[in-house]
Design a protein around this ligand. Structure first.
Ligand code: ADP
Ligand code: MG
Length: 353
């Protein structure tokens, strides 16, 4: 029996349940008995649906985790047990396929513990939706633009007075300008070319570029965790993402201050909804004035810039690349200390189990 292999679960503070293929409870740990105020014997004689009266979201989460053979976290679960007031929980569902049993491990957490994860997931969904919207919009603008430009060109040839060509030329030039902008918004969809490399190698490249770009006055400190395993990713894209973030930091400090490049191994990290045994945590810290309050909420949107002559594409592109690799970017900022934290999964044979 599978549960015999998991005696350590009894000691966990997290409420854990193991259910079989038909969602019947096979095992509950003491933390789960406490949380649901029901004894193991009582819980074990029933199915999850029966115990929680419906629980469509939980059922859907279990179906998803099973269908995709991956961990899935439902962040907004309301479970009612009999006459008790509803419990507000998050639940991480993980398939634990042990040959004979297609079991699922359910980890329940009261809602406040998962606020951070919740926020992260909301942001991720929002970003995906925004990017999709921008891409669609750019496409929709590009198509008629070609028509407008072509028509202006035809018109230019037929004009009775050549001086009028000044106006058609404005149409053509402005159409070209818009076209170029739309092309930049439709970030190149080159497929990532993953290979194994050290994050430190990438950071050293970033450091070299920044050194070459900035005169004295800028101090670059390195705080590398030498035990950090290599990551499998498209190195050029990762360098580009890190460079975009670090370059902003240097610009914000106006070439004077301290830039810190820091790495750590993150263990049991939940990144973009998935649990990873190991992840690379890369932090880029500057001593500049901080991110302007007015743009914080939309910092990663394209065309959002806080400086003259900025394109506002740097962070949007960085985020696209990092997300494409299953990673996340977060930031924290106050005058004197701004930090961007990038998490990237480290491939691991069991990282999705
Ligand atoms: N480390 C930082 N410190 C202060 N402001 C920052 C920092 N990083 C980004 N920003 C702000 O975010 C804006 C958007 O950055 P980005 O997307 O790279 O576009 P751009 O650099 O072209 O303006 C910047 O213009 C700047 O105002
Ligand atoms: Mg920038």
């Amino acid at each position: 029996m599978l549960t015999a292999a998991l005696p350590g679960l009894d000691l966990l503070a997290t409420a854990v349940m193991l259910v079989d293929e038909r969602a019947r409870v096979m095992y509950v740990n003491p933390a789960a008995e406490n949380l649901f105020e029901m004894g193991a014997r009582q819980l074990k004689s029933h199915g999850v649906v029966e115990i929680f009266g419906g629980a469509e979201r939980l059922v859907a989460a279990m179906a998803y985790a099973r269908a995709n053979a991956c961990s899935y976290t439902e962040h907004d679960l309301e479970l009612t047990l009999g006459a008790r007031t509803a419990l507000h929980l998050s639940c991480c569902v993980t398939p634990v396929d042990e040959r004979q049993e297609r079991a699922l491990l359910l980890e329940f957490r009261p809602i406040d513990q998962r606020l951070k994860v919740d926020r992260e997931e909301r942001l991720l969904n929002q970003n995906l939706a925004n990017r999709e919207l921008i891409r669609n919009l750019a496409h929709e603008i590009k198509n008629p633009l070609g028509g407008i430009r072509g028509a202006a060109q035809l018109l230019q040839r037929e004009l009775p007075r050549p001086q009028l060509a000044e106006y058609t030329q404005v149409i053509i030039d402005e159409a070209d300008r818009l076209q170029a902008l739309m092309d930049r918004l439709l970030t190149p969809h080159r497929l990532p070319q993953p290979r194994s490399f050290s994050v430190h190698e990438a950071l050293e490249r970033v450091r070299a570029v920044l050194r070459a770009e900035t005169p004295e006055g800028l101090v670059i400190e390195r705080d590398y965790d030498v035990s950090l395993p290599p990551i499998v990713a498209d190195m050029e894209q990762i360098i580009q993402a890190l460079l975009n973030i670090a370059r902003n930091a240097v610009q914000a400090m106006q070439g004077r201050g301290t830039l810190t490049l820091k790495t750590r191994v993150a263990r049991q990290a939940i990144i973009a909804r998935r649990r990873h045994r190991h992840a690379a945590r890369i932090e880029i810290i500057d001593t500049g004035p901080g991110i302007a309050e007015s743009i914080r909420d939309k910092l990663f949107y394209p065309l959002v810039s806080g400086r003259d002559g900025g394109s506002g594409l740097g962070l949007s592109i960085a985020q696209t690349y990092i997300n494409q690799h299953g990673g996340t970017i977060e930031f924290e900022s106050r005058p004197g200390r701004t930090s961007f934290v990038i998490h990237l999964p480290i491939a691991d044979a069991t990282s999705n189990a």
